[in-house]
Design a protein around this ligand. Structure first.
Ligand SMILES: C[S@@+](CC[C@H](N)C(=O)[O-])C[C@H]1O[C@@H](n2cnc3c(N)ncnc32)[C@H](O)[C@@H]1O
Length: 286
């Protein structure tokens, strides 16, 4: 296993050393490779038995991927925030960011607008947005990693911001009513999510008519083979969960978005086994 990973990492060219995308084989926790299917109760076993082998495998992998992502980002924010509790080190002051772009820069948020940040992480973009929208509305940061929610909430409190709330939830099933938000932003999150189509459909659902979505994310120029997709460390490092740019844009279109436009595109920063990975910021209107 380690030999295989070392070989793969050797092939990652020009990898940026930011905290979400660094690859550290020491982070691999073989013990966390638990198979969630073992935890299913008997009613779910019956349901699974009716599905094909491939469907079962995908579901199990999807569950494991989410758990791996939670573990990784829970661990990272604890390390960044200091030991023992979730406070960001007072001496460092700066709230960490694990993003790859600047969706806020293209979201043109105005006072009074309802904003949701999908996969808000340490909350940097939410806190910035909260200062723009004013006291009459709330900015929502949605993240499935409890440690991120705790850390971001603490930052909001430290900054005396009452118009931002961090909600623990899954972007594949956004816990808000339809037509609720004016703006949805996200930075370096959807590549980590197994069912990207569902996420875009969910973002579309919770946006008001004419609402806008601005997403920065990692995409590729070719499909990653399943062997690399199955590699949890590459997936959690924002590499092999990326899909080709044109597939990404098609999913946004399929969800119903219009006026889809790439507002920023970075030159290729990484190459893995002949597949280029790069960052885009894309905007769409409901
Ligand atoms: C690379 S970090 C980016 C965090 C933040 N957007 C930033 O720019 O700093 C990815 C974040 O997405 C969150 N995440 C991943 N999958 C998610 C999902 N299905 N639902 C909600 N949050 C998710 C992780 O918990 C993590 O905080």
């Amino acid at each position: 296993m380690f030999d295989k990973l070392k070989k793969i990492f050797k092939n990652v060219k020009n990898s940026e050393n930011d905290s979400c995308c660094d690859f550290n084989i020491e982070e691999i926790d073989e013990n966390q490779n638990s198979n969630n299917s073992a935890e299913k109760d008997s009613c779910c076993d019956l349901e699974i038995a009716a599905k094909s082998e491939d469907e079962i495998k995908n579901e199990v992998d999807f569950d494991r991927k989410k758990q791996k992502v939670k573990n990784k980002y829970g661990r990272i924010i604890k390390e960044k925030a200091g030991t023992g509790c979730c406070s960001i080190d007072e001496n460092k002051k700066e709230i960490p960011s694990f993003g790859v772009g600047d969706p806020l820069n293209y979201a043109n948020i105005k006072s009074g607008e309802y904003v949701i940040d999908i996969g808000s992480g340490p909350g940097k973009n939410c806190l910035k947005a909260a200062k723009i929208v004013g006291d009459k509305v709330k900015v929502i940061g949605l993240d499935m990693t409890e440690e991120m929610i705790n850390s971001a909430s603490e930052q909001a409190q430290n900054q005396g911001l009452n118009n931002v709330e961090f909600v623990n939830g899954d972007a594949e099933d956004i816990p808000f009513a339809e037509n609720y938000f004016d703006v949805a932003i996200s930075d370096c999150v959807i590549n980590l999510i197994p069912d990207k189509e569902k996420v875009f459909t969910e973002i579309y659902r919770v946006l008001k008519k004419d609402g806008r979505m601005v997403i920065s994310d990692v995409v590729s120029d070719k499909k990653f083979p399943s062997e690399l997709k199955e590699d949890d460390e590459l997936w959690c490092g924002c590499v092999s969960g990326a899909i080709p740019e044109k597939d990404y844009l098609n999913l946004i279109k399929k969800a119903g978005f219009e006026e889809i436009e790439i507002v920023e595109k970075n030159e290729s920063k990484q190459e893995l086994e002949g597949i280029n990975i790069f960052h885009i910021t894309v905007r769409g209107i409901k």
